[in-house]
Design a binder for this molecule. Structure first.
Ligand code: E4P
Length: 218
């Protein structure tokens, strides 16, 4: 399972990279706006800065919604760095743009995916990654993890190469549920990744080991 961090915050990306378990980063226009990055030039510089921190897989999202605009933006984003994966919303123009970019060997991430049918089209178009938004489905009382299972079953029926990237992860339990379902990737907030480390018995056990060590050295 690959771990991506879902943020445009450079400090958080550095912190996750330092853990030695990070495989990539996903961003979106909302996450870029949260960091106060304004204007195309600054946004592209920010993507470059992210690429300089991590080893690979930096998802950069197009903001055009028409086919021509999406492919032009996709080509520009791919020029920033070899680590860029062009993130494209799963609308009609987006499917065509994914086909175009994947035919040019540019990696793509089909985003805003909420149904198995959308995921099937993403795979048919040659997307490198498909991003089902599990948290946003849970928010409307549907099961995000069930969607992951359905997409994995469909992809396995036909041996599609598209990797299932569980997105919109809200907490640590989501990561475990996605791992149990067999998701290829989880993109997570740093807090959810660090939550995997936490268990009270680890803290209690360590405290006891250190107390016994100190006693033995007295
Ligand atoms: C990642 O690719 C998505 O943009 C992100 O996970 C969306 O998460 P949210 O539902 O918390 O905004």
């Amino acid at each position: 399972m690959k771990f991506f961090i879902d943020t445009a915050n450079l400090q958080e990306i550095e912190e996750a990279q330092a853990l030695g378990i990070l495989d990539g980063v996903t961003t979106n226009p909302s996450l870029m706006a949260r960091e106060g990055i304004k204007g195309k030039e600054n946004i592209y510089k920010h993507y470059k800065a992210i690429c300089q921190i991590v080893d690979d897989n930096v998802s950069a999202e197009v903001v055009a919604t028409d086919y021509e605009g999406m492919i032009n933006e996709g080509l520009e984003l791919a020029e920033i760095d070899q680590k860029i994966v062009v993130k494209v919303p799963l609308i009609e123009a987006g499917i065509k743009a994914i086909r175009y970019l994947s035919d040019k060997n540019i990696r793509t991430n089909a985003t805003l995916v909420f149904s198995p049918g959308q995921a099937l089209l993403a795979a048919k178009a040659g997307a490198t990654y498909v991003s089902p938004f599990i948290g946003r489905l849970d928010d409307i009382s549907e099961s995000g993890v069930e969607l992951i299972r359905q997409i994995l079953a469909i992809y396995s029926n036909y041996d599609f190469d598209t990797q299932v990237l569980a997105a919109s992860i809200r907490h640590t339990r989501h990561i475990i549920d996605c791992a149990l379902a067999g998701a290829d990737v989880a993109t997570c907030p740093l807090s959810a990744i660090k939550g995997l480390l936490k268990h009270p018995l680890t803290d209690i056990g360590l405290e006891k080991f250190l107390a016994d060590y100190r006693k033995s050295q007295a």
